[in-house]
Design a protein around this ligand. Structure first.
Ligand SMILES: NC(=O)C1=CN([C@@H]2O[C@H](COP(=O)(O)OP(=O)(O)OC[C@H]3O[C@@H](n4cnc5c(N)ncnc54)[C@H](OP(=O)(O)O)[C@@H]3O)[C@@H](O)[C@H]2O)C=CC1
Ligand SMILES: O=C(CO)[C@H](O)[C@H](O)COP(=O)(O)O
Length: 477
């Protein structure tokens, strides 16, 4: 039998769909899954594409089915399973074979795996894939990290399966070792912030304006025709319209309000903190998911503390508030994306990647979960000024911040008075206000630090490492 050009391990949700996508684009592919029953089911469901797929029962069979030098995609549960799978594969591979981890790996693991294969003759690529089930099947956004030479070898097949935006493939090489997985992690961090802000706006429409799920769906449908046009807004509308087949009620009303998380949002926040770059939108979103999981505590606290009185809900101009909510969501998004790109800019320096900001924005325009019209505007801004300190000071985004600023303030005030939590939206406002204020309040913090710990401060008249006239600090008490 003719050998395959490529192999894929892991026929779960993503791997199965990616394999079909690869086969559909004319490639012959060998597949292997730890549990063979899944391979059998996959082949049954593959239809006409089964002719281009070689199902394999053992690793030996799988490796033999691929033409050397072999590109092998590993699309399995992230973490230890990837190390285990690599160890099982390694003895069967030959010089120049490439292992491509396409799961949501922590980029630090990717760097370790990349380094561990450096002198082995084998190559490692860490590749972020976004787009969920549908993206994997019909065109995901793909973020590649590894050597440029290894990228050149897999570029044709990855270009064939990636999503296209105005004909441009949403895949590119972003840098060495962990670059691709780092960018995917920040993609997910931004995804968390975007989803959290949409949920906060939904909360205001539901609890502040007492709107039904279907009424809220109509609002999102309208917004999806405007500047907020995006996949997440589109699916939010669909989710809100869906009916529970058991109770007949809106599906969303039947879902327990505890959000899961698998780690990428938390890693984004941790890495941002490690580098000292504020990513308050992502941090707020991760914390909100964690707080959501304390369902029992929240219910008990509501009994003890009650909910705040509903502010001026009765007097609110509903249409005006809905217009403000649209603007506020746009403002919040700008904050989250600006922070995500700032984190990537710093990581690029720290890890020596030269991450290409315009390219990252470009390959996120289609295929991935955060795809949107907005990302085309970010692409333009970074193409004009790839080294700008922050997205919000580019001319186009500075104008957007100024245009949406008032609405963001009004929405946060309304939510705060009514006791509706908006941590991610509020974090965006705090970020804008702190970032654009030339004279802040950290002078007082520096004085306090010097008072209790003799840490010193720089003086406004130019002298460095000065101490204040507070005597011996703690000894005064
Ligand atoms: N679902 C999504 O929307 C997205 C997921 N990802 C990432 O893609 C990867 C796969 O996710 P997804 O397809 O959703 O996961 P699924 O849960 O659908 O499938 C998991 C796959 O991993 C395999 N597996 C688990 N443990 C091991 C192990 N120890 N050794 C070998 N194989 C193992 C399973 O094999 P078996 O059948 O034998 O259990 C199965 O093929 C993950 O890293 C995920 O984070 C990335 C983007 C989007
Ligand atoms: O990578 C993805 C989307 O881009 C996956 O769906 C991921 O699982 C999302 O993260 P979480 O499960 O933590 O919400």
């Amino acid at each position: 039998m003719e050998q395959a050009e490529i192999g894929l391990i892991g026929l779960g949700v993503m791997g199965a769909n990616l394999s079909l996508n690869i086969a559909e684009k004319g490639n012959r592919i060998a597949v292997f899954n730890r549990t063979y029953a899944a391979t059998e089911q996959f082949m049954k469901d593959a239809g006409e594409l089964a002719d281009r797929i070689i199902p394999c029962k053992t690793i030996e069979e799988f490796v033999a089915a691929i033409r050397p030098p072999r590109p092998i995609i590993i699309m399995i549960k992230a973490g230890d399973p990837v190390d285990q799978q690599m160890e099982l594969l390694k003895p069967h591979l030959e010089k120049n074979d490439i292992m491509i981890d396409a799961g949501n790996a922590n980029f630090r693991d990717t760097i370790r795996r990349f380094d561990s294969l450096k002198d082995s003759g084998l190559t490692f690529i860490g590749m972020g894939v976004s787009g969920g089930e549908e993206g994997a099947r019909h065109g995901p956004s793909i973020m590649v990290g590894g050597t440029e030479e290894s990228w050149k070898r897999v570029e044709p097949v990855l270009t064939s399966i990636a999503a296209k935006f105005n004909g441009e493939p949403c895949v590119d090489w972003l840098g060495n070792d962990g670059a691709g997985h780092f960018v995917k992690t920040i993609h997910n961090g931004i995804e968390y912030a975007d989803m959290q802000m949409i949920a906060e706006i939904y909360g205001i429409l539901r609890d502040g304006l007492n709107m039904s799920a279907v009424e809220i769906a109509d609002v999102f449908a309208k917004w999806n025709k405007g500047r907020l046009n995006s996949y997440l807004i589109e699916i939010t509308e669909k989710v809100l319209r869906a009916k529970d087949p058991i109770s007949g009620r809106p599906m969303v009303d039947m879902i327990v309000d505890k959000a899961g998380q698998k780690g990428t949002g938390k890693w984004s926040a941790i890495e941002a903190q490690n580098m000292g770059v504020p990513a308050t939108g992502i941090e707020a979103a991760v914390a909100a998911r964690s707080l959501s999981s304390f369902k029992d505590q929240r219910e008990a606290a509501e009994k003890i503390l009650g909910l705040p009185a509903s502010g001026d809900h009765g007097n609110v101009d509903r249409d005006k508030l809905i217009d403000d909510l649209e603007q506020a969501l746009l403002a919040g998004k700008i904050g989250a994306y600006a922070q995500g790109f700032a984190v990537m800019a710093e990581a690029s320096k720290e890890f020596g990647w030269s991450l290409p900001m315009p390219t990252i924005a470009k390959i996120w325009r289609a295929g991935c979960i955060i795809r949107s019209q907005f990302l085309d505007e970010i692409t333009s801004a970074f193409t004009k000024d790839p080294d700008v300190a922050n997205l919000i000071v580019t001319p186009a985004f500075a104008d957007m911040v100024k245009d949406t600023d008032g609405a963001l303030r009004r929405v946060i005030s309304f939510a705060a008075l009514g006791g509706m939590p908006v941590p991610a939206l509020a974090s965006a406002l705090g970020y804008f206000d702190a970032y654009r204020r030339g004279r802040g309040t950290a002078n007082l913090i520096q004085a306090q630090r010097d008072f209790f710990g003799a840490h010193g401060f720089d003086r406004t008249d130019g002298a460095d490492k000065h101490h204040g006239p507070w005597g011996s600090g703690l000894a005064d008490f």
